[in-house]
Design a protein around this ligand. Structure first.
Ligand SMILES: Cc1ncc(C[n+]2csc(CCOP(=O)(O)OP(=O)(O)O)c2C)c(N)n1
Length: 600
């Protein structure tokens, strides 16, 4: 374990690139009676929140905090990213891989602004993060001081909450409140902006027993009368579909969902963020719906008479044209975030509750009404006959090739070689969709991707954060040649901390997804999507000290993947895929899911 090695000198491996983390253990704050700097109080409060890892990048406004950091080992470790965007995506990967709150520490001005993409990403994908930003000293705020930006203003629209700490005595309560907010209800990012003089100010640590929260988010138990109404609707439906999203993953509802679906033989379609929330290979799973969803999933939704939407937000990549989405269906919408319900599609029945609690309550209610079930299952048989016909008519498929490596076959080979148990992290683009379509996921937190924001550059740092969180597991970052060039500098972080991520570049020499849209919707006018001038990725990997290998022909694919995946350190597999391959099916943006183009 790389980090265990850091804390135990006897097991440090002889990696010359490796930088020791924090080495000077300090006393726990409880042992200190004297007043401490705000900086120290902040770090102690993090430890009290169960944090053992933070991702960051230092600078002037956080110097006091970094000065105190050296006293926090081995209780708190710091991972030095190479760009603040890298730090925040690492924290997101760490959080998505564990369900824990990811923590980021950056300086004021550019340090803070470099995290904004990740903050927006975490907000869209409900990832709990606490982002600590340095700020210029209080008396300089508003003077256009060096490295001053209005972090609270800039991040306001993409955080659950943000704070500017004006008094060091507020710091402890704010930290604890921020963690509470980040992880409660619909999880998300919370920013704490700390002026330099606040982190320098002396204060006494209190045990912070009596924190009161100005806005309390409770995980409400499901309303029993709504549960009854929803159960009746489900039992009466002839063509029901379970449409499940990231909320199922976040709330740990996968098992409950499976029991409910199996009990009533309900077809299940996960969103991109819901992948893994229901096993892809399960006979009830129709696989992903939406723009690049399966024909059967989209048809089932289009024909359904009841959509049971759980932990989803009726995103436009799922619905296409809202007016024609599931036009004949009544909708039950279950979500913990009331703001999500009715935002895009008005539900017939809404249940504001944690997904797991709601599913369990629904299942219990349905079990109580056992007598109603048999007849109901009979109706389901007809529905399933129709669905199976759609699946046979238009399965996910692609044309093979003798001389070109087909991207879909790369994902299939990856699935085979990882035994289906890889922790798959992706960047954004065609490769992301092929991975979502062709890698069957068997469990939650096996799939990490940038969904709502679609932030290129997410893949590599998120994989590093995930590998750090789950050290013994095989973590594969699937990236395009475009996204790889956005954040590959973070590979040196993987080298430094001995995090053996495997990077699979699906290299088509294009900004593939944009090229596909230009081909299909702009009469093949390719405008600024050609990436044929790129670095030699194998040499680049070697420059980092990683293994770099390449496959250009189909017969090389299996060997290259096998070698890269079994390599003990960081490996970069540069796979040249067919250049103008398209992702199918595709529902044109804003289109009707019945107008899906199935391709071949
Ligand atoms: C930061 C950012 N900039 C631009 C885009 C728009 N965009 C979406 S997919 C894509 C192409 C991605 O190309 P590549 O990384 O090579 O992956 P591919 O689609 O070829 O698999 C672009 C530019 C984006 N999603 N994120």
């Amino acid at each position: 374990m790389p980090f265990a090695a850091t804390d135990d000198k006897a097991t440090v491996s002889p990696n010359p690139a490796r930088t020791p983390l924090l080495t000077a253990p300090g006393p726990a704050l409880d042992a200190i009676n004297a007043p401490v700097r705000g900086a120290r109080l902040l770090l102690e409060a993090l430890v009290r929140e169960g944090v053992d890892t933070i991702f960051g990048y230092p600078g002037g406004a956080v110097l006091h905090i970094y000065d105190e950091l050296v006293h926090m080992a081995p209780r708190l470790r710091h991972v030095l990213a190479r760009h603040e965007q890298g730090a925040i995506h690492m924290a997101e990967g760490y959080s998505k891989a564990t369900g824990k709150v990811g923590v980021v520490l950056v300086t004021s001005g550019p340090g803070a602004t470099n995290t904004v993409t990740g903050i927006a990403n975490a907000y869209m994908d409900s990832t709990p993060l606490v982002i600590i930003t340095g700020q210029v000293p209080r008396k300089m705020i508003g003077t256009d001081a060096f490295q001053e930006v209005d972090t609270v203003g800039i991040t306001r629209s993409c955080v659950k909450h943000n704070y500017l700490v004006r008094d060091v005595r507020d710091l402890g309560p704010i930290v604890h409140e921020a963690f509470h907010l980040a992880r409660s209800g619909r999880p998300g990012p919370v920013v704490i902006d700390i002026p330099k003089d606040v982190s320098a100010a002396q204060t006494s640590y209190s045990r912070l027993k009596n924190i009161t929260f100005p806005c309390v988010e409770t995980n409400l138990p499901p309303d029993p009368s709504v549960v009854q109404t929803a159960a009746t609707a489900i039992l009466q439906a002839k063509r029901p579909v379970l449409y499940v999203g990231g909320g199922v993953v976040n709330s740990g509802a996968a098992h409950a969902l499976r029991l409910l679906a199996e009990q009533l033989q309900l077809p299940v379609t996960p969103t991109l963020m819901g992948l893994g929330g229901f096993p892809s290979a399960h006979p009830l799973c129709l696989n992903m719906l939406g723009m690049h969803g399966t024909f059967a999933a989209n048809m089932a939704v289009a024909e359904s008479d009841l959509l049971i939407a759980i932990g989803v937000r009726f995103d436009d990549r799922v619905t296409g044209k809202l007016a024609t989405f599931a036009p004949n269906a009544r909708v039950i919408h279950i979500d913990i975030d009331p703001a999500n319900v009715g935002k895009n599609r008005a539900p017939d029945i809404s249940l504001i509750a944690d997904a797991r609690g709601a599913i369990e309550a629904l299942h219990a209610e349905i079990l109580m009404r056992k007598a109603e079930t048999p007849q109901n299952l009979k109706t389901r048989e007809q529905w399933w006959t129709t669905i199976r016909a759609w699946q046979r008519e238009q399965p996910l498929r692609f044309t093979g090739s003798r001389d070109q490596i087909k991207p879909q076959s790369v994902i299939r080979a990856l699935h085979r070689l990882t035994g289906g148990s890889g922790l798959i992290v992706t960047d954004v683009g065609q490769h992301q969709m092929w991975a979502a379509q062709f890698y069957p996921f068997s469990g939650v937190r096996q799939w990490i991707t940038s969904g709502g924001l679609g932030a290129m550059g997410f893949g590599i740092p998120a994989a590093i954060g995930a590998q750090l969180a789950r050290p013994g597991e095989l973590v594969v970052a699937i990236v395009g040649d475009g996204g790889f060039q956005m954040t590959n500098q973070e590979l040196i972080v993987a080298m430094q901390y001995e995090l053996p991520v495997k990077v699979l570049i699906m290299n088509n020499g294009y900004l593939g997804m944009v090229r596909q849209w230009q081909e299909m919707f702009y009469e093949r006018t390719y405008s600024e999507v050609d990436l044929s001038v790129s670095p030699d990725f194998v040499k680049l990997a070697e420059a980092y000290g990683a293994l770099g290998i390449r496959a250009t022909k189909p017969e090389e694919l299996e060997d290259v993947l096998a070698k890269g995946l079994s390599y003990e350190g960081v490996a970069v597999m540069d796979v040249a895929i067919s250049k103008e391959e398209n992702v199918f099916p595709i529902v044109p943006a804003g289109g009707n899911s019945r107008d899906m183009i199935v391709g071949i």
